[in-house]
Design a protein around this ligand. Structure first.
Ligand code: FES
Length: 229
């Protein structure tokens, strides 16, 4: 984990019209998919809480941070950055058919997984009701309502899930209480993480089979079977 300065050098809108920002910072600070940096706007005296930033893509000039991004950020905004923090996605080599599900307000946090998957010739299917970004040709996309019938297909799954929707996950997957998925799955839990574990504020508490865990430290990517869902 490091602490450094960074700078917003470009902004763009994703397919859902949410802002993404290109951040220039030292290479060693760039998070892996599912990890995050905690960012504070150096010039905003109102800012006391850090913003967790997840990677949506890489660039020769820096890395794209996925939504949500504070509306006040613009090219030139100076940032204090801490990270990379937390456990990211970890995709076993042997996976052939990767299912992805975006249940939050952006597909962005899954986009680096998609781009990296294209390098190793896996089949990828994305389930979401969000507007679709430009996707590589090897990715198929379907609405969330088709997910229960498609669960025969993946041999691994990665899910982007706001914590507030954890209680809905069984219904979304079409799995009755007590039953498990037939394949392993990882879940990126998104929730406010204002202290990133530094102050143990508890704002990011996630119910797991071993009691409450902190998304900021123990996640934000969890094995699905470790969660209480
Ligand atoms: S954000 Fe404070 S304990 Fe996780």
């Amino acid at each position: 984990m490091g602490h450094t300065g960074g700078r917003v050098i470009e902004i763009r809108l994703d397919a859902s019209r949410h802002m993404e920002v290109l951040i220039a910072c030292p290479v060693g600070m760039v998070p892996r998919a599912g990890q995050y940096l905690l960012a504070v706007d150096r010039d905003d005296p109102e800012t006391v809480l850090g913003i967790p930033l997840f990677i949506a893509g890489e660039s020769v000039h820096g890395w794209w941070a996925a939504p949500p991004i504070p509306a006040s950020w613009k090219p030139g905004t100076s940032l204090d950055l801490v990270g990379p923090l937390g456990k990211g996605f970890d995709l076993p080599r042997e996976v052939q058919r990767l299912g992805l599900a975006a249940l939050g307000d952006s597909v962005g946090r899954l986009m680096l997984v998609i781009r990296q998957t294209g390098l190793v010739q896996r089949a990828v299917t994305l389930f979401t009701d969000l507007p679709l970004p430009s996707l590589p040709a090897f990715v198929e996309a379907y609405p969330l309502a088709t997910l229960p019938e498609a669960l025969e297909w993946p041999d691994f799954m990665q899910i982007d899930l706001p914590l507030r929707r954890l209680a809905e996950l069984r219904a979304i997957l079409g799995i009755q209480g007590g039953k498990e998925l037939a394949f392993p799955a990882q879940v990126l839990i998104t929730t406010p993480m204002p202290c990133a574990g530094l102050a143990r504020c508890g704002a990011c508490a996630v119910p797991t089979q071993r009691g409450w865990k902190f998304a900021c430290e123990d996640g934000p990517v969890f094995d699905l079977k470790a969660l209480k869902w």
